[in-house]
Design a protein around this ligand. Structure first.
Ligand SMILES: *Cc1c(COP(=O)(O)O)cnc(C)c1O
Length: 564
C-alpha cells in the first residue's frame, strides 16, 4: 500500500509550516528542513512526530516585557489527514491507543515524504492519557517520559501498522526517541524477554540506529529517575533497559541512544568534538546543520536568483555564483525585503522605524545562555555610536519557555533598555517568533546578531538563513559560525575561536568587541562604503548559502549515516 521506505526519521518536534504547531524552535525547524531536503533528494524516508494538539505556546507580552502564555488551538483537520490504522503502547499499566495523522512533504520534483503525527486523544483512552500528546515540552518528568514512550515505542509500532516493513535505519533526532530501541529489541526477540539478549542481537539493533545529538552540556540531556521509569514503562521494557545496563539509578536517554547506534553525530564540527569529550568513549562524528534554501530565501531574492542562477532551486552548490550578481541588484532585492519587514514592525509593534537606517536583528528562543540583552550592556556607548558613527535600529523576537524565569527576565531587560533608549534608538520586540517571522527577520535586517555563551550553541541555524538572504552575521565564535566565519568577508566575530568554556570577564570582553566591531568596521562600511558592504552580502550567499544548506547536509547523512 505504501511506497517502500528505508529511513524512519523520529523527532519530538517537527516544523512543516508556521501554522502546524508541532515545533518550538531550532530543533523542530531543522527537522522540517531535513524532511524537505530528503523529499528534494528523493531519499526514501518516512518521518514520525507527536501531534501536539495544543502546540508550544502563544506568547503575550505586556508593556514591561512580562511574558505570559496562552494555549494554542490549531485546527488539525485543516492541515493533516487522519488515517484509519491504530497502534497501542503500554503506559502506566494501561494500553494506550494511538491514532496516526499524515501530511506529505513534497519535494522539488514531486517526491513525497509522509510525516506521521501520533495522537492519543481518543475516547477509548482515559482522560490523562488523552492529554499526553497535547503540550510540546509541557508538564513534568512523568509527562515527558510518557510522550517519549509514545514517540519511540508507539512510533515504531505505528510504522509497522502502516506496513513500513523495509526500514533499514531509524534516525533519532535528539534523545527523545531513544526508546524506539526497546521496540526494535522486542521485534527481534519476539516473545522471549531480556534473557534472549545476546551480542548479535545488540549489534543487529545498532546497525538499524542512527543518533544525532544537539546539546553540548550534560544538563541538557533528558534523564528520568528510576521511580518515574518504573511507573511509566512496561516491566518488559524496564527489564530490557536493565539487561542493556542502561538503567543505572536513572534512565539517560542520550546514553541509551549512544549505546545502541552505529552512527552518532553532533551538529557542527566543534559540537562533535565537545560531544566526543563529554561522551567518551563513544565515537561521535559531526554533520554540520544546514537550512532548506527554497524555504528560507525571501521572495525578492528568489526572483534575483532565478534570473542569475536558474539552477539554484535544485542545486544549492550553484549558489556559489552569487558573487557575480551585480551589486545594485543585490541591494535592490535586500531593500525590498527590508521594507517589507519594517512595515510589519511599524504596524505590529507600534514602532517608527526607517528603512534607510542600519537595522540589527536578534531572534531566537530566549534562553539565558543566548545572552540576548548583551547589546544593551553599555547604553551610553550604544548611544554614542548611534550619534557619531551612524544611526541604528534594532528588532528582537523570541519566546522564553513558560517555566524559564531566566529567559523571561532577559525579555524584560530588553524592554527596559528599549524604554531607556526611547526618542533616540528604535527598539522593537515582536511577539510570537515562528517560522514566518523568522523568514521576515533573517531576510529583512542588515546584520544578524548572535551572542551565545560558548560552547552552548551546538550549531545555531538562523544565521544560515540570514546568509542565504545576503545578511552578514556578527556572532560569537561558537557552533556553525566557527565554520562560516571569514572576518570581513562573510561577517564579523565576537570573542576568540579557542574558547570552549566560560571564563571570568567573558561577558564584558564580548560586549566590548561587539561595540568595537559596530563602531569601527560595520557601520562605517554600511554608511560610507555601501559597495563593499554589498560585496560582503554576495559572499554570504556564495560562500555560506552554498554550503550551510540541507541539501549538502542530507547528502552527508545519506553517505555517512544511512548507507554508510
Ligand atoms: C531557525 C529557527 C530557530 C533556530 O534559530 P537559532 O539560530 O538556532 O537559535 C528557532 N526558531 C525558529 C522559529 C526558527 O525558524
Amino acid at each position: 500500500m505504501n511506497e517502500p521506505r528505508k529511513i524512519a526519521y523520529f523527532s519530538m518536534e517537527l516544523g512543516i509550516c508556521a501554522d502546524i504547531r508541532t515545533y518550538s524552535g531550532g530543533l523542530g525547524v531543522l527537522a522540517g528542513d531535513t524532511v524537505r531536503a530528503a523529499a528534494d533528494l528523493k531519499v526514501p524516508m518516512v518521518a514520525v512526530c507527536l501531534l501536539h494538539r495544543k502546540g508550544y505556546c502563544n506568547q503575550v507580552l505586556d508593556a514591561e516585557g512580562n511574558q505570559t502564555e496562552e494555549p494554542v488551538d490549531w485546527v488539525i483537520e485543516d492541515f493533516l489527514e487522519e488515517l484509519p490504522a491504530r497502534a497501542s503502547v503500554e503506559i502506566e499499566g494501561s494500553e494506550v491507543r494511538i491514532r496516526p495523522w499524515v501530511r506529505d512533504v513534497v519535494g522539488h520534483s514531486g517526491f513525497r515524504i509522509p510525516v506521521i503525527f501520533l495522537d492519543t486523544d481518543l475516547p477509548e483512552n482515559d482522560d490523562t492519557h488523552q492529554g499526553l500528546i497535547h503540550h510540546l515540552y509541557g508538564g513534568d518528568l512523568r509527562y515527558r517520559l510518557c510522550q517519549e514512550t509514545i514517540l519511540g515505542i508507539g512510533g515504531v509500532r505505528m510504522l509497522r501498522e502502516l506496513d513500513y516493513d523495509d526500514i533499514e535505519r531509524f534516525h533519532m533526532n535528539e534523545g527523545h526517541a531513544s526508546l524506539l530501541t526497546c521496540e526494535l529489541f522486542r521485534e527481534r526477540l519476539r516473545d522471549s524477554g531480556p534473557e534472549g539478549l545476546d551480542d548479535e542481537t545488540i549489534e543487529a539493533v545498532r546497525r538499524q540506529c542512527v543518533f544525532t545529538t544537539h546539546t553540548p552540556v550534560p544538563a541538557g540531556h533528558d534523564k528520568f529517575p528510576l521511580d518515574v521509569v518504573q511507573g511509566v514503562l512496561s516491566e518488559r521494557n524496564t527489564d530490557m533497559l536493565e539487561a542493556l545496563s542502561c538503567l543505572d539509578g536513572s534512565l539517560n536517554m542520550t546514553y541509551l541512544a549512544l549505546h545502541l547506534s552505529h552512527y552518532v553525530n553532533g551538529v557542527a564540527k566543534r559540537h562533535g568534538e565537545i560531544s566526543s569529550l563529554l561522551f567518551a568513549p563513544y565515537a561521535i562524528d559531526s554533520i554540520t546543520n544546514g537550512v532548506h534554501a527554497r524555504t528560507w530565501v525571501s521572495p525578492p531574492f528568489q526572483d534575483l536568483l532565478d534570473q542569475h542562477i536558474p539552477t539554484w532551486r535544485d542545486d544549492s552548490y550553484s549558489l556559489r555564483n552569487a558573487v557575480s550578481i551585480p551589486n545594485h541588484e543585490v541591494w535592490e532585492a535586500h531593500d525590498w525585503a527590508k521594507q517589507h519587514l519594517i512595515h510589519y514592525v511599524n504596524r505590529m509593534a507600534d514602532a517608527a522605524m526607517d528603512p534607510g537606517v542600519f537595522t540589527i536583528g536578534f531572534a531566537r528562543r530566549s534562553a539565558t545562555y543566548k545572552r540576548g540583552d548583551m547589546l544593551f550592556d553599555d547604553l551610553d556607548r550604544l548611544r554614542r555610536i548611534h550619534d557619531n558613527v551612524g544611526r541604528i535600529q534594532i528588532i528582537y523576537a523570541g519566546k522564553a519557555h513558560p517555566q524559564d524565569d531566566g529567559g523571561k527576565e532577559i525579555i524584560r531587560s530588553i524592554f527596559r533598555a528599549r524604554a531607556a533608549l526611547k526618542d533616540k534608538i528604535e527598539v522593537a520586540y515582536l511577539a510570537n517568533y515562528d517560522i514566518d517571522l523568522c523568514k521576515m527577520m533573517t531576510s529583512g535586517v542588515d546584520l544578524w546578531l548572535n551572542t551565545p555563551e560558548p560552547p552552548l550553541e551546538a550549531s545555531g541555524t538562523s544565521g544560515m538563513k540570514a546568509a542565504l538572504n545576503g545578511v552578514p552575521s556578527l556572532s560569537v565564535l561558537d557552533g556553525w559560525w566557527l565554520e562560516g566565519w571569514i572576518e570581513g568577508t562573510t561577517g564579523w566575530c565576537i570573542g576568540r575561536a579557542e574558547r570552549t568554556s566560560a571564563e571570568p570577564g567573558d561577558r564584558e570582553k564580548d560586549a566590548e568587541m561587539l561595540y568595537d566591531k559596530l563602531e569601527f568596521l560595520i557601520l562605517p562600511l554600511f554608511y560610507q562604503d555601501r559597495d563593499r558592504f554589498v560585496d560582503i552580502m554576495r559572499h554570504c550567499i556564495a560562500l555560506n548559502g552554498s554550503f550551510f544548506n540541507t541539501q549538502r547536509m542530507m547528502a552527508q547523512y545519506v553517505l555517512k549515516a544511512y548507507f554508510g
